[in-house]
Design a binder for this molecule. Structure first.
Ligand SMILES: Cc1ncc(COP(=O)(O)O)c(C=O)c1O
Length: 427
């Protein structure tokens, strides 16, 4: 951290622009940590917040409910095929903790004591709390807590950029799936399989090959293992579909949303479960089947009101169609980006692009420096007028979902300049 000194202060935002206290404007290339949908200071979303804040600012979901949150639960069930009930929380990590607890307790509730293990994939990411770190173990982030995390069974994800020698990509995918089936068939001890839906984000922007997620969901059905999806970063249009599991034809038992749920304006997340899961938690008081979990701000009515307006706007402005169209702007820049000598690979889907930096293109050696690549890119990006963040050697472009074609072109041109300007400082 000592490399940072002080931070710039953001005072305002307008559309895709962040404006600091000195009046400098930078493009929000990471959508304020992957959550911004309509840009900053959108009048409709601001109005939803102010209108609700005059009625009731917060009242608990313990023994009570409120109108915006009831409406939001209906809205979420409507857009999520197969899901039956919603459990609200206030951040993605908590939504995943809840998903883990629901999945583990489901088996206890139905009297099955042996299903206690969680299966997952290598380099998944589900948040920074202990349960989330356990099921989403990215070694670079979490190695310091390894002893405290609960063990999981991890399987590799096929990465098209790094296919093992002697294998075709199809073989590689089959190998990964075979490993999963081999373990599933060995012992009936796995409660749930947990993965990000559609792509791994923080673990390196790995976009799953077609049918990979679908085949895992089928294996889960075959071996009666709960299938839990994390759509916190990849749902709500980020990868070009409202609900990524629909595109992947992989029906989960439990799914979590967060980030873009409120358009990126207030903190809220949701864990949805199907009827089978929900029913296992109902019983007489003395059966002790209920889920002991709740946060102070669970179901906050202002956050719920802005989430409702956000979902309404997706429909009203046909946002998913627009994302699919604007996403093509990225393709126009593939060649130019790949031509840069430190760029090894680009991975793109919807409104997400990961640019992998390498020190040797042929050998695909990830760039590693003693300096923080993130800091170098942040400084150079700022000079070009963009707010950029890298994760390790991956430059992430995760702009507001409603970004216009010309704005995205500007962002990509500035990103190319930033990579070129950063080059000499990281190799
Ligand atoms: C896939 C995924 N799951 C969960 C989380 C955790 O969400 P939060 O930061 O709101 O706790 C993140 C955050 O980046 C994420 O990318």
């Amino acid at each position: 951290m000592s490399e940072w000194g002080s931070f710039d202060t953001i005072s305002k935002g307008k559309g895709i622009w962040l404006i600091d206290s000195k009046g400098n404007k930078i493009i929000d290339a990471v959508g304020s940590m992957w959550c911004n949908v309509w840009g900053h200071s959108n009048p409709q979303l601001v109005k939803a917040i102010t209108t609700q804040s005059k009625k009731i600012q917060h009242s608990s979901l313990f023994n009570l409910t409120n109108e915006p949150v009831e409406k939001l639960a209906d809205n979420l069930i409507k857009i999520s095929p197969g899901m039956n009930k919603v459990f609200f929380s206030d951040n993605g990590s908590s939504a995943m903790e809840i998903a883990i607890k629901m999945a583990l307790q489901y088996w206890k509730n139905i009297g099955e004591r042996n299903r206690t293990k969680i299966a997952t994939v290598e380099n998944g990411y589900h948040g920074d709390t202990f349960g989330a770190m356990s099921v989403g173990y990215v070694p670079e982030f979490f190695a310091k807590f390894k002893e405290q995390l609960f063990p999981t069974i991890q399987f590799p994800v096929p990465n098209k950029y790094r296919i093992p020698k002697g294998l075709t990509f199809a073989d590689y995918q089959n190998n990964c799936l075979e490993k999963i089936e081999k373990r599933f068939s060995k012992k009936d001890d796995i409660a749930a399989f947990i993965m990000e839906s559609g792509a791994q984000m923080a673990g390196g922007v790995i976009i799953y090959p077609k049918d990979f997620q679908k085949k895992i969901s089928k294996l889960c059905k075959k071996y009666d293992i709960l299938f839990v999806l994390d759509e916190i970063a990849t749902g709500f249009g980020r990868l070009g579909s409202m609900v990524q599991y629909q595109e992947q034809q992989s029906m989960p038992d439990i799914v979590a949303y967060g980030k873009m749920l409120t358009g990126g304006y207030l903190t809220m997340a949701a864990t949805l479960a199907n009827k089978k899961i929900y029913d296992s938690f109902s019983g007489e008081f003395n059966d002790w089947k209920h889920l002991f979990h709740g946060h102070t701000y669970t179901g906050n009515p202002i956050a719920a009101a802005v989430a409702n307006e956000n979902i309404h706007m997706y429909k009203k402005y046909n946002l998913i169609k627009k994302i699919q169209k604007t996403s093509k702007v990225f393709e126009k820049f593939y060649d130019e980006i790949l031509d840069i000598d430190i760029v090894g690979d680009i991975r793109h889907k919807g409104m997400l692009m990961g640019i992998e930096l390498v020190s040797n293109k042929e050998k695909k050696i990830p760039i590693k420096t003693k300096k923080s690549i993130n800091k170098v890119f942040f400084e150079e990006g700022k000079k070009q007028g963009i707010y950029l963040r890298t994760l390790g050697n991956i430059v992430m472009l995760v702009p507001p979902l409603s970004i216009q074609d010309n704005e995205l072109e500007l962002l990509l041109k500035r990103t190319i300049k930033t990579i070129q300007a950063s080059k000499s400082k990281i190799i």
